[in-house]
Design a protein around this ligand. Structure first.
Ligand code: FMN
Length: 377
């Protein structure tokens, strides 16, 4: 009997947390693929992305049945389905990609709701499918996610990133824009990016903001002079937050929806001797990056901005002369809504791929004329 489900007493089979993460992360990632691209068949006898996703919709329909029925009855025997014929029958090539994504999400949300309702005892119920050996329900759910991942890889989805960051409580949201690096880097840096949408109506806990500031505090600085400061607008003073929002430039109107804003400030001179500190803004940036990375670690989203009225901020918030406002930072919980429902422009911005110049364009080997890249050893 197939029994190898990794069932935790509190959170059920491993596949449960993974499925929650996929439902949150995947629609946005899938929506970044254009309708025309999703229709392309790699070979006449191979499925297009539309057909792969269609197959996953069929799989959700069939597995939903298994998950419900096996909860209600032990030692079940159910019929198999013919994946190829189901895909043919639904003519997924004729559907709009965006509609298929919505169907995938709906089918899996339905399946997840049924799985979440399962009492712990139901996961060891057994079922046989199409004359197979009996499998436990826990195994069926885990195997469902494994099968789904296999097909998602076919359409180029970095599904392992999503699964690696899946948490049992479904808190994983961030990995969908993880940097596609040429060389391995640490996960936090890979996952940090600058979103323009936040979870509506969810304030950031003060402890988390303090942890971010703690991270910033431990950044290096020239002579350890620590010429970086932060003004926090966490909503505890609603008027101050409103005034900070009013400082935002038109292009950053989206940031008005962030529950928290911070303003980084650099001190222009060394505290130790009063001389100009030409590294102050550098050190402010180092501290801000620490803060941004800590935000990711805490499951938050944070986005630095130059587009705000620095002069106005300086006078409105009592920033003394000799200190320079640097960047406004929008902070909140990552957006959990449906990207498909956003207007086209906003969705496109949110889904735009993250790009970087290659290392050879920004690093040089001994002389500015010699790129430092992987080619010359
Ligand atoms: C100093 C600074 C100023 C920025 N100003 C803005 C801004 O005003 N508006 C905005 O939407 N993004 C702004 N950004 C975000 C960048 O556009 C973003 O970091 C860059 O495109 C790379 O994308 P990523 O952070 O998602 O990797 C700023 C970033 C920095 C570091």
């Amino acid at each position: 009997m197939n029994n190898e489900s990794d069932i935790s007493r509190e959170s059920g089979p491993r596949g449960l947390g993974q499925l929650r993460a996929l439902i949150v992360c995947l629609p946005g990632t899938l929506a970044a693929i254009a309708n025309e691209v999703a229709s392309v068949k790699p070979a006449p006898d191979r499925w297009s992305a539309k057909e792969e996703l269609g197959h996953l919709i069929d799989s959700a329909a069939n597995n939903h049945q298994r998950i419900v029925r096996a909860q209600l009855e032990d030692n079940l025997s159910l019929a198999e389905y013919d994946g190829e014929r189901w895909v043919e029958l639904h003519a997924y090539q004729n559907h709009e990609w965006i509609d298929l994504i919505a169907l995938w999400r709906a089918g899996n949300s339905q399946l997840l709701a049924a799985a979440e309702a399962a009492p712990q005892s139901a996961w060891s119920h057994t079922l046989a499918v199409g004359g197979s050996e009996p499998m436990t329900l826990g195994f069926v759910l885990d195997d469902y996610v494994t099968h789904m991942s296999h097909h998602l890889r076919h359409i180029g989805i970095a599904v392992d990133d999503i699964l690696a960051n899946a948490r049992p409580d479904g808190a994983s949201i961030y990995p969908e824009k993880a940097a596609q690096t040429d060389y391995p880097i640490n996960e936090l840096m890979r996952r940090r990016w600058s979103p323009r949408l936040f979870e509506e109506g969810r304030a950031v806990e003060k402890e988390k903001l303090l942890t971010m500031l703690e991270a910033a505090r431990w950044a290096p600085s020239c002579f350890n002079d620590q010429p970086r400061y932060f003004l926090v607008f966490d909503g505890s003073d609603a008027r101050a937050l409103a005034r900070a929002r009013d400082c935002l430039g038109e292009g950053n109107a989206w940031a008005r929806e962030a529950p928290t804003l911070m303003l980084s400030v650099a001190r222009d001179t060394f505290e130790r001797n009063g001389k100009p500190n030409r590294w102050a803004q550098h050190d402010s940036g180092l501290a801000t990056e620490n803060l941004l990375l800590e935000a990711v670690e805490l499951g938050l989203a944070a986005h630095p901005m130059a587009g705000y009225d620095a002069e106005r901020a300086q006078s409105e918030f009592g920033i003394p002369g000799g200190f320079t406002p640097i960047a406004m930072i929008a902070i909140g919980y990552p957006y959990r809504g449906k990207l498909e429902e956003l207007d086209e422009k906003r969705r496109a911005k949110e889904l735009a791929p993250r790009e970087r110049k290659p290392i050879g364009e920004v690093a040089f080997s001994g002389h500015w004329s010699v790129p430092y890249d992987g080619s010359a050893r």
